[in-house]
Design a binder for this molecule. Sequence first.
Ligand SMILES: NC(=O)c1ccc[n+]([C@@H]2O[C@H](COP(=O)([O-])OP(=O)(O)OC[C@H]3O[C@@H](n4cnc5c(N)ncnc54)[C@H](O)[C@@H]3O)[C@@H](O)[C@H]2O)c1
Length: 281
Amino acid sequence: MKNETAKNVMLWAGAGQIGMAIARRMGYGMKIIVGDRNLDNAKSVAKIMNDAGFDVFPMEMDLSSRESILAMIAEGQKYGAIKMLVNAAGVSPSQAPVETILKVDLYGTAVLLEEAGKVIADGGVGVTISSQSGFRMPALTAEQDEQLACTPTEELLALPILQKENIRDTLHAYQLAKRCNEKRVMAQSVEWGRKGARLNAIAPGIVVTPLAIDEFNGPRGDFYKNMFAKCPAGRPGTADEIANAAELLMSDKGAFITGSTLLIDGGATASYYYGELKPEE
Ligand SMILES: NC(=O)c1ccc[n+]([C@@H]2O[C@H](COP(=O)([O-])OP(=O)(O)OC[C@H]3O[C@@H](n4cnc5c(N)ncnc54)[C@H](O)[C@@H]3O)[C@@H](O)[C@H]2O)c1
């Protein structure tokens, strides 16, 4: 019998500014499950959105735990078909040590894409937020890229390039995690495609959010402020500008886009390689 109250479901990880901008843009009329390690963050975005006519259920969810991810998915399945995934959970280089960055941004994202891919409905779409940081590192070898893309999730953190002695600092760990996000999206989009679903990443430059503000106030604050001042756009971005891109990727206008990472950074990466932001030799 048809469940008359069933709704299409959006799973949304990371109750921050970028996630909320995307959920507001894409989630009207859906049952939205928002999971965050910090339950207060999830509750406060749920209140803002429910007061604006959305249907958001907040829950505690730790992206670095498969069990926690599965609990969020199970909660979503109570309401209907899982049609959308928004992954905007993460920690930045100034917020956490190397191990946490790898466990949350790299491993957690890989597990979420894998588990959501098992339940995503036909016609479903997903987007995960990587970073311009993934574009800053020199190219890895073809073998390392394939390892990041395809190694089974439970073996990922044992890869040689992810061992402590091969990681300089938290920024390097973040760059590796975000490069891995791009590679996982490519490999997982093949699995999602088998189910008639699409999966993409957005790699933002500096977007003003609590996470970015922690970076402005952290040890690399001047570096980041210089980056947005000297990039072609001459300013940081906003979460709503990231939602503009998510709308393209997640709507039918993006029907031919899958397995892709869209860089939206005001030109900072271009300038880093070929302009004013190029590091001095
Ligand atoms: N803001 C930027 O300049 C920028 C640039 C590039 C990439 N990003 C990426 O965008 C994503 C969203 O960040 P934002 O800028 O919206 O920041 P934000 O601080 O507004 O939101 C991040 C949210 O993730 C949550 N979170 C952290 N660890 C978690 C975990 N283990 N499990 C579940 N939730 C967790 C935090 O509690 C927070 O609510 C992150 O992956 C970040 O790396 C941000």
